[in-house]
Every structure is written in structure tokens, then in C-alpha cells.
Design a protein around this ligand. Sequence first.
Ligand SMILES: [Fe+2]
Length: 193
Amino acid sequence: MKLMLPASCEPALLERFLKAEAMALWSVRAAQAKNVPKGVLEFLLRHEEEEAQHLKEFEARLGVISHQREKLPRVPSQWYALVIHLFGYEALGLEFAKLLVQVQPELISILEDEKVHVGFFEHEVRKVVEQGGTTAEAARQSAGAWWRRLPPTVERYLEGSEFDPYRDQLRKIILTSIEERFMNVGLLDPVMS
Ligand SMILES: [Fe+2]
């Protein structure tokens, strides 16, 4: 499905992208305090630097300070659930990055970074799913719960009059794309959707 958004949507898309990035950044910060597998921590630290850089770029571009939080959000303590949470928010950020690049092609490097972030967590999710047994089942249950909370989250991200003419299409594009991603890694069954 191809949707041509007007350039007037750029600030709103930037703002929503910032919001998803901030969510991923807080989760990454909170995740560092948790027990994460070897190798993942190193990626998380690098990832945090990139996310912070994106936030700075956008704040300068928009002339606003992004969402600030004094306290880190609560994130799941088990890796099989935490990785779903990180994968999910990165996937949501990527959807807004894709829309953003449609209206502002200069931001292509941000899209490339986001693809790497999503790819990394996708790989980690696959490792968990491939373990099979109770861990894989628990990961699938977490993914099911995350997926059921996604529509109201997307609804909040699509608030604002700029999106009025496009909301139905945007909602469909975002939810379909994330659902496909979750199904491709074996987190969701087609019948569950
Ligand atoms: Fe990211």
C-alpha cells in the first residue's frame, strides 16, 4: 500500500519518531541494569549512543526538547520478555522512520540506523524462539500481550489533526507491518491476529 503524505506532516512524524526513539532509549537504559546475554550489552551501549544522537538531531531540527523522564520505565526483567519489548518499540520507531523518509529523504541515514537496530533485536528474538520449550512459549505469550496493547498505542501516536485524512491508512500500514514482522520470527500465529 502506497501512501503519499504531504511535507506538512514532517514535524508531526518527527515528533512521533522522537517519541518511539525515546521509549526505546529508556528501555535500553533500563535494560542495562538487567541480566542480558553476553554481547547484547555491548550492542545496547552503542545503540544508546545512536539513539541519543538521533534525539539531539531531531531536537535541533524541531527546536523542541524531546520527552524527558526522570525515572526509567519499568521493563520486564526476563530476557525473553525484555527482548520482545525492545524489538516491538524499535519496530514501531522504524515504521515512523520509513514514513519520515518519504516526506524528508535527507533523513535516510536515520532509517538505515533503525533497520540495523530492528535487525539486531530480530536476530535475538529468533535465538529465543529457536530454543523451543517453555522459554520460547513464554516469549510468544509476551509477544501476544505486547501485540494486543499495540493498537491503542498506535492510536495515541496517530493523534493530531495533521493525520486526520491519513489515519486509517497509517494505522493499517503500521499494524500490518509490525504484525508481519512478529509472524516472520515465529512470535505470532496467523490465526492469533
Ligand atoms: Fe532505534
